[in-house]
Design a protein around this ligand. Structure first.
Ligand SMILES: [Zn+2]
Length: 472
């Protein structure tokens, strides 16, 4: 675990710009020129001008530099480690075809070993793009041979990546017994309780993918245990129509009426929400994860982020799954958010770089109701932060630090990433695991998955000839 790598003496992390995402009321400026962050143990001890902090803490070890950009670690508000071994496949489908042709056959093949290997691959990419907290919903069938998701917790602990972890399994198609899902929740909850980095949430794949009985049991499990919830809501128009026909309500309306929103709820997507849906989300304090790249790949639409925020809804940014983005590069998702907003409104002012940066940091933390601990650089908060390399030709000249990070920087500029006061990325690569080993472990498991799921028509990975009808 990362506490082994946590420095025993304070560290002063310097930047030509320190962007804090701190609220005005906190007294910490939003942007500090030639600033620094003092890390002591797992916490931020101080944030301010470099010269003053250096004078007050002359013995602190220094990291960063006078031209680097220092930011809060990014909060990935939505993802699926369950898709860790099926990247770059099936992107010719819209969401419902994609669920039917790719995800449904993969679901029964998942086990703890594949979960661990897939999480390791995707976690490395998240860290390399500056993510320090991953809010994830593992979507698969339960494995009769034993719980799956403790494999996710183990991988994140080894990587040094904070997790907010849910298991969301649909039972509407198969009517399988709810008990294996509850057993998986119990196993994940216990694994998270034993981890210093991961916390548990109840996952609900979607209203339309659960029976009324299992939905009610999910609500009860969350509310009686005091757990948060992670659910997909209104990703595509078909979901809204189908739920209206089945229940007489939109999925948002159904969740509100059935008491789900009494639990802290993070709703992924919310693309097809009308005014009444948006008002319900605001009224119940539901956080929203905006997934601009996945919404574009699956042709789902453009979420009304501005309208949601105008009502006070907390919105974060997610990469979404490794099979629906398909990259896990958070910087791409953060850049695409303002691009989609600008294309939708045909206004270059529709979403600024600073607004996207704030959604990616404190916005995601608020949507998860974790903003007391993460999401901004303020004394007392967890030391989760990212350092961009100011010596890079890419961002060596900075006119506006927000635009430099959101529109210019790529993951190659991510120099250091600190999670819980310990470096998880140092000098441009992960420090706790060997990426080559992670790839070597994943390849045979991905081949086995393709065979077990019968995906040869979509995948040339195992040497099968490509089927022209399935692969464009
Ligand atoms: Zn998703």
């Amino acid at each position: 675990m990362t506490s082994a790598q946590r420095p025993t003496t304070p560290t002063l992390i310097r930047g030509g710009w320190v962007l804090t995402s701190a609220a005005a009321a906190s007294g910490v400026p939003a942007a500090i020129r030639d600033g620094a962050v003092l890390v002591d143990g797992d916490r931020i001890a101080a944030v301010g001008e470099y010269a003053a902090l250096k004078a007050g803490h002359p013995d602190a070890v220094e990291r960063g530099g006078p031209h680097d950009l220092v930011a809060p670690g990014f909060v990935n508000a939505h993802g699926h480690f369950s898709e860790g071994l099926i990247t770059g496949i099936g992107s010719q489908y819209t969401l419902w075809e994609w669920l039917h042709k790719l995800i449904t056959p993969v679901n029964p093949t998942m086990d703890a070993e594949k979960a661990y290997a897939g999480t390791m691959l995707q976690g490395i990419q998240l860290l390399r793009s500056g993510v320090t907290t991953a809010n994830d919903m593992f979507c698969s069938d339960p494995d009769p041979d034993g719980p799956i998701t403790p494999g996710v917790v183990r991988a994140l602990d080894e990587l040094g990546l904070r997790g907010v972890l849910a298991f969301g399994s649909g039972d509407a198609d198969r009517e399988f017994d709810m008990q294996p899902i509850v057993d998986e929740w119990d196993a994940l909850r216990e694994a998270c309780a034993a981890s210093s980095l991961s916390t548990f949430r109840v996952g609900i794949a979607a209203v339309g993918r659960t029976t009324p009985e299992s939905f009610a049991r999910s609500v009860d499990y969350a509310r009686s245990g005091g757990h948060g919830v992670h659910i997909h809501l209104h990703e595509v128009r078909e979901e809204v129509t189908a739920t209206l026909q089945r229940t007489g309500r939109t999925a948002v309306g159904y969740c509100a009426a059935e008491g789900l929103f009494a639990a802290p709820t993070l709703a992924a997507h919310c693309v097809w929400v009308d005014r009444a849906d948006r008002e319900l989300l605001a009224e119940h304090g539901v956080g929203v994860a905006h997934n601009p790249v996945a919404n574009a790949i699956l042709a789902s639409g453009v979420a009304p982020v501005a309208e949601l925020r105008a009502l006070g809804v907390d919105v974060g940014i997610g990469v979404d799954g490794a099979a629906s983005n398909d990259a896990q590069d958070f910087l791409q998702a953060m850049k695409t958010a303002p691009l989609l907003a600008r294309i939708r409104d045909l206004q270059a002012t529709a979403m600024s770089a600073r607004e996207a940066f704030e959604l990616a940091t404190i916005g995601g933390a608020r949507a998860l109701r974790m903003d007391d601990a993460i999401g901004s650089l303020e004394p007392g908060k967890k030391a989760d932060l990212v350092v961009f390399d100011g010596e890079s030709p890419t961002i060596g000249v900075v006119h506006d630090p927000y635009q430099a990070i959101v529109f210019v920087a790529g993951s190659r500029e991510v120099k250091d990433v600190w999670v819980d006061g310990a470096p998880s990325v140092a000098d441009f690569d992960v420090v706790n695991v060997d990426p080559a080993e992670a790839v070597a472990r994943a390849r045979p498991l991905a081949a086995r998955l393709v065979a077990e799921a019968g995906l040869e028509r979509l995948s040339a990975f195992t040497g099968a000839p490509l089927d022209g009808t399935e692969i464009p």
